[in-house]
Design a protein around this ligand. Structure first.
Ligand code: BTN
Length: 302
């Protein structure tokens, strides 16, 4: 078995008024543009890869597939060369010109509800480790799942899920990596590409000259997510996953600002990461707080 990449020129779909349920023209998915061998034998993640030249958002299409569970979509990956309406966390936009890796994958994790936050943890580890390996850059994770180089955002992860304890449960992991992108082309107004619309970079901007093959990077990320997911299904590996996360997370002991819904909430010092990836903070009034959602930025005066 080989990994198939199916490429489509475009796909029309519309969002229903009420929901994330999206009707799209499934016929346009029948035309195979390209097939490549990436050697992901016997893997679930990547068993089908739909490659588009342009989409509104790979995330929206993946959610639509997962909602409709068309052809048992567990493991399906959607990749687009560019997105017109890329989505970032906190309802922000994600600027997605040609040159990046913009992909979404559908998983159906067999884990308890309490562990769902760990999907974000393993996605961040997988993206960070894969970028480091391919580019030799030493990137790090900014909680919960941004990947930074020298405090500039290089990649972001968006998790959408529908969890009702049923066989239709799914998680869509959206991954955006600035690879061969002139950062002046990234539109930062209202975008989540940077840390709170400030600092952004791309792999090419940092390594200058050496080409990065986005399909090789994609393959590594998919392999790692599949591996970490299998570890996650076994309780005894949870602490190992958290210790790997902590090695890539260089914010322990640092002073940060916490934002919720894009608004500055309070400042605090990072004390630890809990068993399920929550951030343990000491607020400036010395009270302890644990958060699982939101966004942080590192204070200048560290
Ligand atoms: C963030 O805000 O940091 C998350 C950004 C996630 C962007 C990716 S690009 C592929 C996928 N499709 C989208 O529309 N968004 C995600």
């Amino acid at each position: 078995m080989y990994l198939r990449v199916l490429c489509f020129s475009s796909c029309a779909y519309q969002i229903n008024k009420n929901a994330l349920s999206i009707n799209f023209n499934i016929k346009c998915m029948e035309e195979i543009y390209n097939r490549i061998e990436l050697g992901l034998r016997n893997h679930v993640i990547g068993k089908r890869i739909y490659h588009y030249k342009k989409l509104k958002s790979t995330q929206l299409l993946a959610i639509s597939l997962a909602e409709n569970n068309i052809k048992n979509e567990e493991g399906t990956v959607i990749i687009a060369d560019q997105q017109d309406e890329g989505r970032g966390r906190g309802k922000k936009k994600w600027s997605s010109p040609i040159g990046g890796l913009w992909m979404s994958l559908i998983i159906k994790p067999r884990i308890e509800f309490t562990k769902f936050n760990m999907i974000s943890v393993i996605s961040a580890i997988s993206v960070c480790e894969s970028i480091n390996r391919i580019s030799q850059l030493k990137t790090s994770i900014l909680w919960p799942n941004d990947v930074l180089f020298n405090n500039k955002k290089l990649a972001g992860i968006l998790i959408d899920s529908s969890i009702n304890n049923s066989i239709n449960d799914y998680v869509v992991i959206g991954i955006g990596i600035n690879i061969d992108i002139d950062i002046s082309k990234i539109n930062l107004s209202h975008a989540s590409n940077s840390i709170l619309s400030r600092k952004v970079t791309s792999i090419q901007n940092e390594i200058k000259g050496r080409a990065i093959d986005r399909f090789i990077l994609m393959k590594q990320i998919l392999e790692k997510i599949e591996l970490y997911l299998s570890l996650l299904e076994n309780d005894k590996y949870n602490s190992i996953i958290i210790s790997i996360y902590k090695q890539l997370f260089d914010t322990l002991g640092k002073k940060i600002i916490v934002y919720q819904d894009g608004l500055r909430k309070y400042s605090a010092t990072v004390r630890d990461i809990d068993t399920y990836g929550g951030l343990i903070l000491e607020r400036d009034d010395n009270s302890l707080e644990k958060i699982y959602t939101g966004q942080i930025s590192i204070r200048e005066n560290n």
